[in-house]
Design a protein around this ligand. Structure first.
Ligand SMILES: *Cc1c(COP(=O)(O)O)cnc(C)c1O
Length: 391
């Protein structure tokens, strides 16, 4: 192996400061400060305060949706979505190629996750494999728009309709994504958003549920506030999922920045694509015609034979250069000890997901990442390819 040679070569490319996979856009501190002064004056910290209602309104307009509920985080939002649809047992068809929260919320609702394989191009649940996994216990499909790439929403809906299943979308990555001129969060019964600090649009921690009807929205409103309907009535077993005023005030300011953030990421994504084009053994998703993408992530798939080395070695070598990519999502959720003994968790059942999880690496991407840094990262990757394929 020529490993030591590469490592020496790469010291030339080492960046002075660490470059992480993402970094949040921050609003003007003075703007947040004046919101804080208002919170201090009113002493209204949470429970439907003025920032909460304004943020909910603005978000409704931005997403072009009618029925939305804000949450303290995306995981509690997903947990409540299942409760709102009365899914608290049985089986739910889902994807192993996701963040742990997607599957854990099933477990917390005493639902058995049934892992289905993904599509190699979209990384999303493959609708062609769904129908044969349906049993009399199947209650719903919980699909994820991974990296903000839309699921095959039409195919999933028609299968769900044929079998009387609910459809829930984990849209944690899909803020601002439209299919045609329709927001992606308008598909399915309920969509869940996450506004965690690592997401494109953030309220520090936070999330939301978008539902199809006002009735559902009302139900979710009770569920996220202990089931309280008024001072003397608790109408069901709810939980505390409320977003507070500090989050909502932050979100209001972030909302003014999000279109520029998406535009900056679009430009950097194109730069990555231009500079990585032609390196053998690397693949990355391209824009889907008719879709407004949000460029939340820049995933690349490394085919070790053609590239020269595998994903993990590439990741280690980038780290030597002060670049910190992430293996989103490795390992698959089906490999966690809490789920790996499920019949649907066997790698043989999930060949595409297994292959993608073994090859994927998300490169740094955020709005104020410098173009020169993107070029340096691409240069490092090219050097590694050249060095590992020459003999
Ligand atoms: C971030 C994320 C979540 C969880 O959201 P939190 O707001 O961090 O609780 C759920 N699903 C996916 C796919 C995510 O990436």
């Amino acid at each position: 192996m020529r490993d030591e040679g590469i490592e020496n070569l790469l010291t030339r490319h080492r960046l002075p400061d660490p470059v992480y996979v993402t970094r949040p856009t921050m609003p003007e501190l003075s703007s947040y400060h004046s919101h804080l002064e208002e919170i201090w004056r009113s002493r209204w910290l949470t429970n439907d305060g003025r920032f909460h209602s304004e943020f909910e309104d603005k978000l409704r307009q931005y997403l072009h949706v009618e029925h939305i509920n804000l949450f303290v985080n995306g995981t509690i939002a997903l947990l409540v979505a299942l409760q709102a649809l009365d899914i608290d047992g049985g089986e739910v068809l889902t994807t192993p190629f996701t963040f742990p929260a997607t599957i854990h919320v099933l477990h917390w609702n005493r639902i058995t996750p049934v892992f289905c394989d993904i599509d190699a191009d979209t990384f999303n649940i493959d609708p062609t494999g769904l129908e044969r996994r349906i049993t009399p216990d199947t209650k719903a499909v919980l699909a994820v728009h991974v990296y903000g790439i839309p699921c095959d929403v039409e195919a999933i809906q028609s299968i769900a309709d044929r079998h009387g299943l609910h459809v829930i979308y984990d849209a944690a990555h899909a803020f601002g994504v439209n299919v045609g001129d329709r927001s992606i969060v308008k598909y399915g019964d309920i969509s869940a958003l996450s506004f965690h600090a690592t997401k494109l649009f953030t309220t520090i921690e936070g999330g939301a549920l978008v539902s199809g009807t006002e009735r559902e929205r009302e139900r979710i409103r009770f569920l996220k506030n202990f089931g309280i309907s008024d001072e003397e009535h608790v109408i069901g077993p709810g939980i505390n999922g409320k977003m507070n005023e500090f989050q909502a005030a932050f979100g209001l300011l972030e909302l003014e920045l999000v279109d520029q953030e998406i535009e900056n990421r679009r430009r950097l994504t194109q730069l990555y694509r231009r500079h990585l084009e032609g390196i053998k053994g690397l693949k990355y998703p391209n824009d889907v015609p008719g879709v407004r993408h949000n460029y939340g992530f820049f995933p690349v798939l490394v085919e070790p034979g053609a590239f020269g080395t595998d994903r993990s070695r590439l990741s280690d070598l980038l780290r030597l250069c002060n670049v910190f990519p992430r293996k989103y999502f490795f390992p698959l959720c089906s490999r966690y000890p809490c789920y790996s003994s499920l019949p649907s968790a066997s790698p043989g059942n999930l060949p595409t997901a297994t292959m993608v999880a073994d090859r994927v690496l998300c490169l740094p991407l955020y709005g104020d990442l410098e173009e020169s840094v993107v070029k340096t990262i691409c240069g490092i990757i090219e050097t590694i390819h050249t060095e590992t394929t020459k003999r």
